[in-house]
Design a protein. Structure first.
Ligand code: UTP
Length: 408
C-alpha cells in the first residue's frame, strides 16, 4: 500500500530506497509513508504559484490605539477590565517555541539560549517564567503556561525545563504541546530521505498553533479550566509583556475576539511586517511584499500609514481559538538548503537552496474576523527581539534594550 501511494504521487525513488533497507527500517519508512499527507505537499509543489501571495489584493490602513494617547481614565478603565479577567483565573499564556532559530544558530531550542543582563544571566525561558511569577504574585493566581514545541525540539525543551525544575513554576501548570509538520519537497518535486532513513519533514510554521491546540487536547483542557482569554507570544522577545491587563481591557471594550500589540515602525525601510487590512480584513503584510510607495506613505500627522510593526504579541478569546482551530490557513513558501541521502546512501550537502518548505503564519487567521484590536506600545519598553547572531536584533541589541527599559 505504501508503495502504491508513492507510485501514484510520482515518488518512485523512495520505493528504490525502501527496497534496499533491512526489514525493520523498511517497515518504519513504509509506516511513515502511510501516515504522511504526501498528496498535500505534492499538490502544493504542483501549484507553487497558488500559495499565499499578496498579488493584487487590496491593502488599506488599519487603525490602532496608541498607548501614549490614552486618557488616564481610559487607561485605568481598560486596565481594571483586564485585571478582573486575570483575577478570575480566566487567562492563559502560550509561548510559541517551535521554531528552528536558524538565524541565531544556537545549539538547542531558542528558549534555552542565555542572555547576560544587568540583573544576571538568564535563559529566555527563565525570563518568561519570571514574568509569569510576577503576575501570579500580583493577582494571586497561577496562570496556566503552554509551550508550543516541534518534533525537532520537544524532547530537548522538556529535558531542559525538567533539569531547571521549571525555574520554580508549578509543574502542573506548565504543558508542552507539539506543532504540526509537513514533508520537505525538492525543487524537482521529490521527497528527500534524511540521515535517519526516513522522509525529511519540517515544522509547518507558527500558524500550526490553531490546529495543534485542538489535536493535542489543549483546547479541551482550557475549556475545562474555564479559560476565556489566551495570550500568544514568541519565545525570543525578552521585553515581551505576557501578562498585560491593558491589552485585555482594550480588546474587551472594543468587543473584539483577537488583538495584537504593535510598535511604531522605526523607518520606512525597517524589515518588519506591519498591520493592515487585506481585502478589507485585518492582517499583516511582510516588508518584502509591501510596495515601496506604500512603505513611504505618511498621514496628515507625518506618521507612516503602514507603521504598526508586528511584535508577535497576540491575544485571542477562547472562542476565537476554537473557531480558528478548524480553519485551513494558506501556506507560504520558503526555499531552504537541506542535506539528504542520495540513492546510494551518501550524504549530500547542497550549497544552494534545494527544497521548498511550506509554512503557515499565525496572523493569516486574523482575516477570519472583520475587526481586531491593535494596541501600539512603546518599542523601548516592549520589544527586544533576538533573531540574529550579530548586528540587528541580536543578543547584544536586545540586552541593551532590556537593560535600558524603564518599566522593569
Ligand atoms: P521566527 O519566524 O522568528 O523563526 O519565529 P525562528 O525559528 O525563531 O528563527 P529562524 O527564522 O529560524 O531564524 C517567530 C516565533 O514563532 C515560533 C518561534 O519559535 C518564535 O517564537 N515558531 C516559528 C514556531 O513556534 N513554529 C514555527 O514553525 C516557526
Amino acid at each position: 500500500m505504501a508503495k502504491q501511494k508513492l507510485k501514484d504521487l510520482n515518488q518512485e525513488h523512495i520505493i528504490t530506497w525502501m527496497d534496499k533497507l533491512p526489514d525493520d527500517e523498511k517497515n518504519k519508512l513504509a509506516n511513515q509513508v502511510l501516515n504522511l499527507n504526501i498528496k498535500q505537499v505534492v499538490d502544493l509543489y504542483n501549484n507553487l504559484n497558488k500559495t499565499f501571495e499578496i498579488g493584487n489584493k487590496k491593502i488599506e490602513k488599519i487603525s490602532a490605539i496608541d498607548i501614549e494617547k490614552l486618557s488616564k481614565e481610559d487607561f485605568e478603565k481598560y486596565k481594571n477590565t483586564g485585571i478582573d479577567v486575570i483575577k478570575n483565573n480566566q487567562y492563559a499564556v502560550i509561548t510559541m517555541a517551535g521554531g528552528q532559530g536558524t538565524r541565531l544558530g544556537h545549539n538547542g531550542p531558542k528558549g534555552t539560549f542565555m542572555v547576560h543582563l544587568n540583573s544576571g544571566d538568564k535563559y529566555l525561558f527563565q525570563i518568561i517564567v519570571e514574568a509569569l511569577q510576577k503576575a501570579n504574585n500580583k493577582y494571586s493566581v497561577t496562570i496556566p503556561w503552554y509551550i508550543m514545541t516541534s518534533e525537532e525540539n520537544n524532547d530537548q525543551t522538556q529535558a531542559f525545563l525538567e533539569e531547571h525544575n521549571y525555574f520554580g513554576y508549578p509543574k502542573d501548570s506548565v504543558k508542552l504541546f507539539k506543532q504540526g509538520k509537513v514533508p520537505l519537497i525538492s525543487n524537482k518535486g521529490k521527497l528527500l530521505i534524511g540521515s535517519n532513513k526516513l522522509i525529511k519533514e519540517a515544522s509547518d510554521g507558527n500558524g500550526s498553533i490553531y490546529a495543534s491546540l485542538k489535536n493535542d487536547g489543549i483546547l479541551d483542557e482550557m475549556k475545562a479550566k474555564n479559560i476565556k482569554w489566551v495570550f500568544v507570544g514568541g519565545v525570543d522577545n525578552i521585553l515581551l509583556r505576557i501578562v498585560d491587563p491593558l491589552l485585555l481591557g482594550v480588546t474587551i471594550s472594543q468587543n473584539n475576539q483577537i488583538a495584537s500589540k504593535s510598535v511604531k515602525k522605526a523607518n520606512p525601510k525597517e524589515r518588519a511586517g506591519v498591520f493592515c487590512k487585506i481585502d478589507g480584513m485585518p492582517g499583516i503584510i511582510e516588508y518584502s511584499e509591501l510596495p515601496e510607495e506604500m512603505a513611504e506613505e505618511r498621514d496628515e500627522h507625518g506618521d507612516l500609514v503602514y507603521g504598526d510593526v508586528n511584535i508577535l504579541s497576540h491575544l485571542f478569546s477562547f472562542d476565537a481559538l476554537e473557531k480558528l482551530s478548524n480553519v485551513k490557513l494558506p501556506y507560504h513558501i520558503a526555499e531552504k538548503v537541506s542535506d539528504y541521502l542520495d540513492e546510494d546512501g551518501n550524504l549530500v550537502k547542497p550549497i544552494e537552496k534545494n527544497v521548498y518548505k511550506f509554512e503557515s503564519f499565525i496572523f493569516d487567521a486574523f482575516s477570519n474576523y472583520n475587526e481586531m484590536s491593535i494596541l501600539r506600545v512603546q518599542r523601548s519598553e516592549e520589544f527586544a527581539p533576538i533573531k540574529n547572531k550579530e548586528g540587528v536584533d541580536s543578543p547584544e541589541t536586545a540586552v541593551n534594550l532590556y537593560n535600558n527599559a524603564k518599566s522593569l
